[in-house]
Every structure is written in structure tokens, then in C-alpha cells.
Design a protein around this ligand. Structure first.
Ligand code: ATP
Ligand code: SF4
Ligand code: MG
Length: 345
């Protein structure tokens, strides 16, 4: 059990006019032994954050720490990798030319499991842990079903004896009928092994099922973080509310007639260009309670409502329920006249 922390982490791609900051000053903690579900629309930076943590993307600013120890550029600390990642596509971690037993054995720490018999036994134990028969160790990934491949990818990650597991959309490529069993397995393993996990998904039903906490990402920033049931029951950021509305049966932030419940000026807004993120609050050109709808909310265009320091934190100038304590810098709206601090959405 270990704590993973991102401190003001940025990930930038490219240079000059084509430069893009995929992750911009993210502060996020995965508390020891818990699951943080990271959600957000496509392109919000979820995978970039995860890949930076395991050393697959360079971190251009900030620090990533495991139990307070900063990770090196290659994702290692003290010669070992405390984080292991499971990808959407199992072939990202399983070499199709290697047997699954060899793939798992490759990740076993050399100093902890010595000798070929011990390594074989450990591979068998890990395969058992993910409900794949040890007799399949000699098979190749292409001979397994998608669900079995993903189980093997999980076993391979566990073989590295990680302090924290990062799972990036691990069920989204699977048939719906298999997704449930893989999720059950992940939840069961997480509890049995008391793993700390960063669980990335765009599926709110999935995040509801596995997460203790939820972090919501929009255009490179965390806009809301809190206990899972609170965020789902009482979403405070307008973007989180939009995500939840879109996930309801019938989809999209639409009213009972099927017409968009969003004001036309918001519904017609262009998606933000990540190369040129909006000033102030990045969500302001799409926000149903922001300056497009309330002309006096100019602060949304001007000042960045960075989220910080509160168990259920929200990066919005006009977050209302419950009011943030006076010392909490989350809500600049408290510094505004009381009328301005009343959200209508
Ligand atoms: N290697 C790369 N080079 C340049 N830009 C990249 C690279 N990887 C990601 N990006 C860009 O960074 C932004 C964030 O992408 P990322 O893949 O992290 O989003 P995501 O939230 O994981 O999306 P999805 O839900 O589709 O997986 C996007 O604008 C994407 O085009
Ligand atoms: S800060 Fe303003 S634009 Fe941003 S989410 Fe809050 S109300 Fe909307
Ligand atoms: Mg992704």
C-alpha cells in the first residue's frame, strides 16, 4: 500500500506554435490502498498523466512521488519501478511473440524471485490470481480471448510487485459481456492485495463501481475531486454535471423532450482547441452557468479557478454547495459579491 502524488505536474508535447500542454499543473493524490477514478472526455489528458507517471512521457513540470519519494524520468525510484500500468490494448504490454508465461516472468524482480523453478511457480501463482489456468503459461497472447489477455496483462503488472497500479481504459476494448467479470476481478484484487490504483475510464458506470474517489479532468486540468459517492450524487462543477447528464439513459445533456437542456449559445459552442486553451476557467466557452449565460461573470474569463486543498474540491468560481471555508482558495467566487456566488445550474 502506497500513496501516489502528482504535484503541479505538466506534460507538454511539441514546440512553438504546435506546442500542446496536455496536462497542466495537476495536483492529485491517490491515497494509500484506495482507488481514484480519473474521468474526462477524450483528449482531456488522462492517458498523458498516466504515461508520464510510468516514464513513457517526459514530465515538463512538477513532480510525481510515491510515498514521498520522487520518481525519476524513467519512472524508477531506487532502481525499481513502483508503478505498473495496464493499458486498453493488452498488446501494449504483451509481446505477441512471447508466451504469456515468459511475458509475466520478464516483469518479476530478479532479486526477489531467484531460480527458474521459483519463477515458474510465481508465474503460476499470478495466473491463478487472475483466474487464468497455470497450464496456459506456454500459450501466446493471440491464442487467448480478449478478456484472458487483459487478465494476463494484469498478472504481468502485478508481477512487478508495484506499489501502485495505473489502469487506463482496461475494459473499454472488451465485449460488454466480459467487462463485468474483468471489473469484478480488478475490484477483488484491489481489496485483497490492498492496492492503490489510478483507474482511468470515460465510463461513469465503471468509475462508480470501482472508485473510492473521483477526479474529473478537463483540458489538462483537474476540475473536481472528491469521494466517489459525493461527486456522483452532488457534482459541483458544471462540467461534471454535464458528464453525468450525458451518461444517463437517453444520453446528452438533453431535456425530457430530447431537446438540448443547454442554452443554445452553450450547445453550439465549438470544442476548445488544446493548442490555444481558453483564458481564465478553461470551461468558460462551454459553461452553462458561466459568462456566456451570465454576462456579469467576467471573472470566469479572467481568473483561473484552481482547485486545491478540500476533501471535495471544485475548480469553479461559482461553486455553491456547500460553501467553501473562508481559508479555502478553491472558490474565488467567495471574494465576489454574494449575488455573483450563486450558481443557477
Ligand atoms: N504523443 C503525443 N504527441 C502529441 N500530442 C499528444 C500525444 N499524446 C497525446 N497528445 C495530445 O494530448 C492531449 C491529451 O491526450 P490524451 O491521450 O492524454 O487524452 P485522454 O484523456 O487520454 O483521451 P482518451 O479518452 O481519448 O484516451 C490530446 O490533445 C492529444 O491529442
Ligand atoms: S468558473 Fe465560471 S466558467 Fe468556469 S465552471 Fe465555474 S461558472 Fe463555469
Ligand atoms: Mg486515453
Amino acid at each position: 500500500m502506497s500513496e501516489l502524488s502528482f504535484e503541479n505536474v505538466s506534460v507538454r508535447f511539441g514546440t512553438g506554435r504546435r506546442a500542446l500542454t496536455a496536462v497542466d499543473g495537476v495536483d492529485l493524490t491517490v491515497p494509500s490502498g484506495s482507488v481514484v477514478g480519473l474521468v474526462g472526455e477524450s483528449g482531456s489528458g488522462k492517458s498523458s498523466l498516466a504515461r508520464a507517471a510510468v516514464g513513457l512521457h517526459p514530465v515538463s513540470g512538477g513532480r510525481i512521488l510515491v510515498d514521498g519519494a520522487p520518481l525519476g524520468r524513467d519512472g524508477r525510484v531506487g532502481g525499481r519501478r513502483p508503478l505498473q500500468m495496464v493499458f486498453q490494448d493488452p498488446y501494449s504490454s504483451l509481446d505477441p511473440r512471447m508466451t504469456i508465461g515468459a511475458s509475466i516472468a520478464e516483469t518479476l524482480p530478479r532479486d526477489a524471485v531467484r531460480g527458474s523453478a521459483a519463477r515458474r511457480d510465481e508465474v503460476a501463482r499470478l495466473l491463478g490470481l487472475v483466474d487464468v489456468g497455470a497450464e496456459r503459461a506456454h500459450m501466446y497472447p493471440g491464442q487467448l480471448s480478449g478478456g484472458q489477455r487483459q487478465r494476463v496483462a494484469l498478472a504481468r503488472a502485478l508481477a512487478g510487485r508495484p506499489d501502485v497500479v495505473i489502469a487506463d481504459e482496461i475494459t473499454s476494448a472488451l465485449d460488454v459481456s466480459i467487462q463485468g467479470t474483468v471489473l469484478n476481478l480488478v475490484r477483488d484484487l484491489q481489496r485483497r492485495l490492498r492496492l492503490s490504483m489510478l483507474f482511468i475510464t470515460h465510463d461513469l458506470a465503471v468509475v462508480r463501481y470501482v472508485s473510492d474517489h473521483i477526479a474529473v479532468m478537463y483540458l489538462g486540468r483537474i476540475v473536481e475531486f472528491g469521494p466517489a459517492e459525493q461527486v456522483l450524487r452532488d457534482p459541483r462543477h458544471p462540467y461534471t454535471r454535464e458528464l453525468l447528464a450525458a451518461a444517463r439513459p437517453g444520453g446528452s445533456a438533453a431535456g425530457p423532450t430530447g431537446a438540448s437542456a443547454l442554452p443554445a449559445v452553450v450547445a453550439d459552442a465549438e470544442p476548445a482547441d488544446p493548442h490555444h486553451p481558453p483564458t481564465g476557467c478553461r470551461f468558460h466557452p462551454r459553461c452553462p452557468v458561466g459568462p456566456l449565460v451570465h454576462a456579469d461573470r467576467t471573472v470566469c474569463r479572467e481568473r483561473d479557478p484552481a482547485a486545491a486543498g478540500h476533501p471535495h474540491r471544485t475548480a469553479c468560481h461559482f461553486v455553491t454547495v456547500p460553501p467553501a471555508p473562508p481559508h479555502d482558495p478553491v472558490c474565488h467566487g467567495l471574494a465576489e459579491p454574494p449575488a455573483a456566488a450563486t450558481a443557477t445550474g
